[in-house]
Write a protein that binds this ligand. Structure first.
Ligand code: V4E
Length: 200
């Protein structure tokens, strides 16, 4: 699937307002990005992680986009390894995980679905921390589509939903990991900026 998503800063008043609208569920998510594979891939805007132990890969679909407006296709299972063109990695077999870990993000995720103008919009409210002392709170509205032709219409629906909710989306649309890298891995962030993948 293709994820069309826009983020916003999750301040308590917005969280309270959104949670009045729907029944929500809460889960714990741990994302591990390892130094040996994730770093090189990130420099080509591909993002490989283990989420609660399962491998996931995000690859941009709208090449030639402006920064912050990228839309990503998500892979898991066999298609992920096919996309990367490598054999499945065995994290157990790699080096000491504490040395190999590039980022570990622990998130309490509250989510629910809103029906808006005929579309199902996934609402995700993330409160994230890492052992490095990093903390952030990010909200996200997301519509899943199956073809690139549907991306523009989904983007317009999200824009209208932001207006309807009277919530401003983040101009740079930055998620947890980019915020973490900027704050806790500044040297690597410089390399992402040089590669045109993040803004200074
Ligand atoms: C860094 C990055 C990606 C990795 C995933 O980032 P994160 O926001 O932490 O994930 P999350 O929890 O929202 O994933 P979900 O649960 O929705 O699957 S994917 C793309 N990027 C790159 C990137 C970029 N270059 N610039 C900006 C503004 N954002 C992201």
């Amino acid at each position: 699937m293709i994820e069309v998503e826009r983020r916003f800063s999750l301040i308590p008043s917005i969280k309270d307002r959104l949670l009045q609208k729907a029944g929500s569920s809460e889960i714990q998510v741990t994302d591990i990005y390892d130094r040996y594979h994730s770093e090189d891939l990130a420099l080509t805007d591909r993002w490989l992680r283990q989420r609660n132990g399962d491998w996931e890969l995000k690859v941009p679909v709208n090449l030639g986009r402006t920064l912050g407006s990228a839309t990503y296709r998500e892979f898991s299972g066999d298609p992920l390894w096919k996309e990367l063109g490598i054999a499945p990695l065995d994290m157990e077999g790699s080096l000491d995980p504490s040395l190999a870990c590039f980022a570990e993000l622990r998130t309490t995720r509250t989510s629910f679905v809103l029906l808006f103008q005929g579309s199902s919009v996934n609402v995700t409210l993330d409160e994230c921390s890492s052992p490095d002392g990093f903390q952030c709170s990010v909200g996200e509205l997301e519509i899943l589509v199956s073809t690139e032709d549907e991306i523009d219409a989904a983007t317009q629906i999200l824009d209208r939903l932001f207006s309807h909710l009277a919530v401003n989306h983040l101009q740079d649309n930055e998620g947890k990991l980019i915020q973490f890298i900027r704050q806790c891995r500044p040297q690597f962030h410089k390399r992402l900026v040089q590669a045109g993948i993040s803004i200074p």
